[in-house]
Every structure is written in structure tokens, then in C-alpha cells.
Design a protein around this ligand. Structure first.
Ligand code: MN
Length: 685
């Protein structure tokens, strides 16, 4: 308790300002000071359970965020994070006094904490859902929330014992896994240790005691190792920083439990970390270490080539170190180290170093998962189950027949694997070979398995797959396929009864196109056949799946070019398609493609702008149906008399066909413009 008192009491706004300025000497500390004094004033009647003035809490949260080198907006919002919930001040005031951005951050944090008086599990699920949804909008909200949780856990001893237990369990269940998944391992580790003390106090004390007894001995050992390695590296002119590494208590405990081992048997108590200048040095250093000491084969992991799903990168090896002790080594670059320690928060570091590329955190795997899940799942409990699966399951690594590594959740089946490759592969899976033997689709895969998916155009997802798939991705894709299937059957029944007009049902599969591949390209394709798509067997003569790209939606008559994708056949783009620029780095994968005569039709979307008048819509639809085409879908948006926008999805045979329709439509009275839209045409796929 004494230690705690000293730590808190000695810190004030000056501490925060110093910490911010150490990161960025030009930071706008005036705003931070203003927020601090404002929060101090409005919280002046509030006290923490510790008896201290309330302002200590937001200050500590801000300090945690400053140590993560977060930006000024985040730190300011942290100072204000409890103002709206606990005082009379509202968001408008914060917006006026500070900024909309800061008010939005405060709002996000407030919303997460505002769920109370519900049954525990539902409330927990709801908290988690809100928190994750906030993450999509602005991930800084969740980083503030995690810092908030961390300070509350640091001061948990002021709560009643029952509350301590409940809070610690929730932290271990929800907050620590999210921090881990976002890669903020510094916070994740501390949250786990703080919960661990509360939940398993005896085990914690015992590990702590054992660690303390060993500390001296280990320190001397690590110094020896550092010296040997440093000398060898200098000889070879490789510069690197070598540090000892403290393991956190909970991870030792977890390993003892998982591997059913005693404290003394746990490997990685003697551990060092090497920070290299460049990636190539990492592998060089690994080589040096493996010549100095014998590696334990089974313990080598290359997370640089295959990053973990929270973007963690590093080389891990365990060697028999001096004196015969196992020595665990992590090797990585400075940038990888930042990602390892603070994960997604490292995205705000680029101000400091121009070298660091700006990465879009919308592409972070967790954020993608959340986006996907929330689009499909409405109940908080389903959401919780879905996301928990992604947060908690361990991972396995399996291979495609071409040797590509795929990362899957433990317990994954060939169906999970198929969906991880591509939705279309998943949808058309009919069988699987595991290590060259045909196996049932529900077989659980093991790390190292080589998996080959057998597909057929006639294959389609089955309800029974839901019983064994483990990835939320596969589950979501199967469910939405089945749901759409039901809808189509239903609407087909309805149209049958209400008779006219008999709208042709849109095709179930992507329209397959007839193309001729010019002679000089066949050699390229033969090669492709040899080493491509062995993981997919595709029906038909060409052996290659040809698909029209969704981005520019070419139709016969358009000037097109094919692009050989990795394992997904050929996609056909218009020569004017902007996405070709992105692909142009790999020129050798382009092939020429020409249209063949065919009677196929293609769905396209057109936009019609007009000034509204009675009977206009009827005139348009009449004109379209006279042009020998089907309307698959029509949308109208009449804002006022002078502004009517329509969107039609129609089936056309070719570019010429489409142009004829457009010309005809343009002649209709009151129509001001008609154009083709390059929007996704979603059929019932
Ligand atoms: Mn708080």
C-alpha cells in the first residue's frame, strides 16, 4: 500500500506535461493543461474510493496513454473521459471548449461504460459489443478505455472483495484479450497480472517468491550471455541491442497449467531479446546464436515471415545456453518491437519517425473481424460468441498444396480452410484431401497438414457444416448463403402466384464468360495449369476459372484484359479500369483476352436522372423491356419535383446493346442524364 501511495501522490499535471514533451517537444500542452484544470474543477466534489481527489484517476489514465505515445487528442479526451458520465457537463460544452474530435472520443468512452443494471452475462456481452463497435469508428476510444481499465485495476484493492473478484474476472475475460488482440501487450500483460493477484492470490505469491529467489542468479546469467553474444556480433560488424527480458507472472502460471509443469520446468525464465537494425540482420543474428549454442529444434518460430494475427513479428528460438540452461531468444527490429509492445497504438507513432509508414488501422485483423461480425449478428450474445471465438482460440498453421501457409483457429476443418482461401471456394467445396488422403469435411486439421480442397460447380454450402466449422468467417458466409437461398425460394414462389411480369431469375453463379485466349498466351497458361489451382479442381475444359471483375464490370464489346490471380483463376478487367494500375507491378500476369460470340447476358447497373412527372417510371420501364432486356431490380429516389433519381439493374448482351438502351432512354421526355454505374451488382450470391 505504501508503494501505491507514493506513486500516486508524487504525480501531477507537471508529470503529464513532461511526459508529453519528452515524446514531442512541440506538442500542444496548453490544451492538455486546460483540460486538466477543467476536469479538476468539475470533479471537485468527487472522490475515489481511495479517498483521493477524483482528478487523480483521469490524470493517471492520461499518463498511461502518454507512455504509449498517443496523440494530444487522445490524452486530452482521457482527462475528460469521466466528465460527461459523472458531472453536469455535456458533450456540447466539451465540443465548444475543446473540439468535436475530442467530444466524440469522450462520447465513445462514455457509451461503453453506460450499461448497468442488467444481468451480468448480457451486460458483459453488450459492453463488449459496444466497445468493439466503437473500435471500428475510432480505435482510440478503445485504447482510452483500456487505459481507464488499467488504472482501475491498479487501484482495485479499494473495492470490496466480491467486487474485486467480479472485476478481475471480467478483465481477464474481455479486456485483456482485446488488448492482446490489438497487440497492446504492455497493457494486456499488466491487466492479466493484476487480475491474477485477485483471482489466484496463493499461486501469484508462490511464483513471485520463486522468481525473487532466482532473480540474482538469472541476472548474472543474462549478463554473461549478453557479453558472449555482443562480442561475436561486433566481430561480424552487426550492431544490435541486447536486453534481458522479464516474464510476466500470469504467463508463467498459464504455461504451468497448460503444460502441466512445475515452475522449474518452465522454459523461458532465462530469456533475452535482441533488437536489430534491419530485417536481414535478424536472420544473421539468428545464425550467430545457433552457432554459439545448440538450438532446440521444435522451439523455433518465424513470426517475421508469418506474423501473428495481431501483427506481431519476431523470430523466436530456444537454445541450450551456457551451463546447459534453456535460453529463450526473441529477435526483431525496432519497428517490430514497437508493434509487439503497443500494437495498434504504434500507428500514432509516425509523427516521431518519418520512416514509419502510415498504416490504415481499418485493415487491422480484429477490426475487420468486428466489421464482418456486426454486419451479420444482431444479438449481443451471438456477437460475444462470435468474437470470443476469434479472440480466444489458439491458432494452427496448415499448407496449401503449393506450400502457402494458412493460419486458422485451432479445431478448424477443411471447410474453414476453404473459406479462408476464398468465399467461392468455400461455397463449392465437395471434398477434401488432407496429406493426400480423402478425409471427411468435418475432420479437425492439425498444424503442418497439407490441405487440398475439391470443388465442383454444383457444390454448395450445407446446413450441417454449421455444426463443425469453427471460424466466424466461415460460419458467417455459410449462414448468409443459406439465408439468401431461402429468400430466393420464397420470392420465386411469390412471383409464381402473382404472375406478370415473369422476371427471369438472376443466375446463381457468377456468369461464366466465353473468351478466346490468343495463341501466344497459351504457353503462359499451360505453365499456370501446371502449378496453379491444384488446390481447386475446376470443372470444364479450360481448367481455369474466368471471372468478370466487380470493380469495372466489363461486358462483351468492352476492350478487356485478363489478370491471372493467385489461385483464383483469371479476372477480366476493362482496359480503362483504375485498378489495373495497382496490378501493373506484375506485368507478367496480364494476358490478352477477346470476347466470343455468345448469348449470355450480364447484369449492369444504370443511373437515370430526371425531373419527375406522372408516368415517368412507367415510360422508362416500358422502354427498357422493349429493348429485349430484363430489369432485375429498380430503385427510385424522388427528392422533389425537379429531382428524381432512378437506379436499374438490367441484363444486357453487350456493350452495343447497353448503348442502344441508354440512347433510347435519353430520348424520353424529362430525362436529363443516363449513365452506367460501376457499382457492385449483387445477385443472390
Ligand atoms: Mn474512468
Amino acid at each position: 500500500m505504501l508503494e501505491f501511495d507514493l506513486k500516486i501522490r508524487s504525480r501531477d499535471i507537471g508529470t503529464l506535461v513532461n511526459s508529453i514533451q519528452a515524446n514531442d517537444s512541440e506538442a500542444d500542452v496548453e490544451t492538455v493543461k486546460r483540460a486538466y484544470y477543467f476536469a479538476e474543477e468539475v470533479h471537485k466534489k468527487d472522490f475515489r474510493l481511495s479517498g483521493e481527489p477524483y482528478i487523480i484517476h483521469p490524470l493517471e489514465v492520461a499518463l498511461i496513454l502518454s507512455s504509449l505515445k498517443m496523440d494530444i487528442q487522445t490524452i486530452t479526451a482521457a482527462l475528460l473521459h469521466d466528465v460527461v458520465e459523472d458531472t453536469e457537463v455535456n458533450l456540447d460544452t466539451i465540443s465548444e471548449k475543446f473540439s468535436k474530435e475530442i467530444a466524440d472520443l469522450v462520447d465513445g468512452v462514455t457509451k461503453i461504460s453506460s450499461i448497468k443494471n442488467r444481468s451480468k452475462t448480457v451486460a458483459q456481452a453488450e459492453t463488449l459489443r459496444k466497445m468493439l463497435l466503437a473500435t471500428i469508428k475510432d480505435v482510440r476510444v478503445i485504447i482510452i478505455k483500456l487505459a481507464d481499465k488499467l488504472h482501475n485495476m491498479r487501484t482495485i484493492m479499494f473495492q470490496s472483495p466480491e467486487k474485486q473478484l467480479a472485476i478481475a474476472k471480467e478483465t481477464l475475460d474481455i479486456y485483456a484479450p482485446i488488448a492482446k488482440r490489438l497487440g497492446i501487450s504492455a497493457i494486456a500483460a499488466e491487466l492479466e497480472d493484476l487480475s491474477f493477484v485477485v483471482i489466484h492470490r496463493d499461486e501469484y505469491n508462490s511464483i513471485q517468491k520463486k522468481l525473487q529467489q532466482k532473480q540474482n542468479e538469472i541476472q548474472i546469467y543474462i549478463e554473461t550471455v549478453k557479453e558472449i553474444l555482443q562480442n561475436k556480433l561486433s566481430e561480424l560488424n552487426i550492431s544490435a541491442e541486447i536486453t534481458g527480458r522479464a516474464k510476466h507472472y500470469f504467463s508463467i502460471f498459464r504455461k504451468m497449467k497448460q503444460q502441466n509443469k512445475d515452475f522449474d520446468e518452465i522454459f523461458d525464465i532465462r530469456a533475452i531479446r535482441v533488437i536489430a537494425d534491419e530485417i536481414k540482420d535478424c536472420y544473421g543474428i539468428l545464425g550467430v546464436i545457433h552457432t554459439l549454442w545448440t538450438p532446440i529444434d521444435s522451439r523455433f518460430k518465424d513470426y517475421i515471415a508469418v506474423p501473428k494475427s495481431n501483427m506481431y513479428q519476431s523470430l523466436h528460438t530456444t537454445v541450450i545456453g551456457p551451463g546447459g540452461f534453456p535460453l529463450e531468444v526473441q529477435i526483431r527490429t525496432e519497428e517490430m518491437h514497437a508493434t509487439a509492445e503497443i500494437g495498434i497504438a504504434s500507428h500514432w507513432l509516425y509523427k516521431e519517425s518519418n520512416k514509419r509508414k502510415k498504416r490504415d488501422h481499418k485493415n487491422h485483423p480484429l477490426i475487420k473481424d468486428i466489421n464482418r461480425l456486426q454486419a451479420d449478428i444482431s444479438s449481443p450474445m451471438d456477437f460475444l460468441t462470435g468474437i470470443k471465438m476469434d479472440l480466444y482460440e489458439d491458432e494452427i498453421f496448415v499448407f496449401t498444396p503449393r506450400g502457402k501457409i494458412m493460419k486458422l483457429a485451432a479445431g478448424a476443418t477443411p471447410v474453414d480452410f476453404a473459406y479462408a482461401i476464398h468465399t467461392e471456394v468455400g461455397h463449392h467445396t465437395v471434398g477434401a484431401k488432407i496429406n493426400n488422403r480423402i478425409m471427411p469435411l468435418k475432420t479437425k486439421l492439425n498444424s503442418g497438414d497439407i490441405v487440398e480442397i475439391l470443388t465442383s460447380k454444383k457444390g454448395h454450402p450445407s446446413e450441417s457444416w454449421l455444426k463443425f466449422v469453427v471460424s466466424s468467417n466461415a460460419r458467417y458466409k455459410i449462414r448468409s448463403y443459406l439465408r439468401k437461398q431461402k429468400k430466393t425460394e420464397f420470392s420465386a414462389q411469390v412471383t409464381d402466384k402473382t404472375a406478370p411480369p415473369p422476371v427471369k431469375r438472376p443466375p446463381k453463379e457468377a456468369p461464366s464468360i466465353e473468351v478466346t485466349i490468343p495463341q501466344n498466351e497459351t504457353e503462359k497458361l499451360d505453365k499456370l495449369k501446371e502449378n496453379n489451382v491444384q488446390s481447386l479442381s475446376i470443372e470444364g475444359e479450360s481448367n481455369l476459372l474466368i471471372k468478370l471483375s466487380q470493380c469495372c464490370q466489363p461486358i462483351p464489346g468492352d476492350d478487356v484484359i485478363g489478370f491471372i490471380t493467385r489461385g483464383r483463376g483469371i479476372t477480366v478487367h476493362k482496359k480503362t479500369c483504375p485498378s489495373l494500375q495497382r496490378l501493373s507491378a506484375e506485368k507478367e500476369r496480364f494476358i490478352n483476352i477477346v470476347w466470343k460470340e455468345s448469348s449470355n447476358t450480364y447484369p449492369v447497373k444504370i443511373a437515370v436522372h430526371a425531373t419527375d412527372r406522372p408516368g415517368l417510371l412507367k415510360d422508362i420501364t416500358d422502354e427498357i423491356s422493349q429493348a429485349d432486356t430484363n430489369i432485375i431490380k429498380a430503385e427510385a429516389n424522388v427528392k422533389d419535383k425537379s429531382n428524381a433519381d432512378f437506379k436499374f439493374t438490367i441484363e444486357v448482351k453487350s456493350n452495343d446493346h447497353l448503348n442502344k438502351i441508354i440512347t433510347k432512354l435519353k430520348k424520353i421526355k424529362n430525362i436529363t442524364d443516363v449513365s452506367k454505374l460501376n457499382e457492385k451488382v449483387m445477385l443472390n450470391r
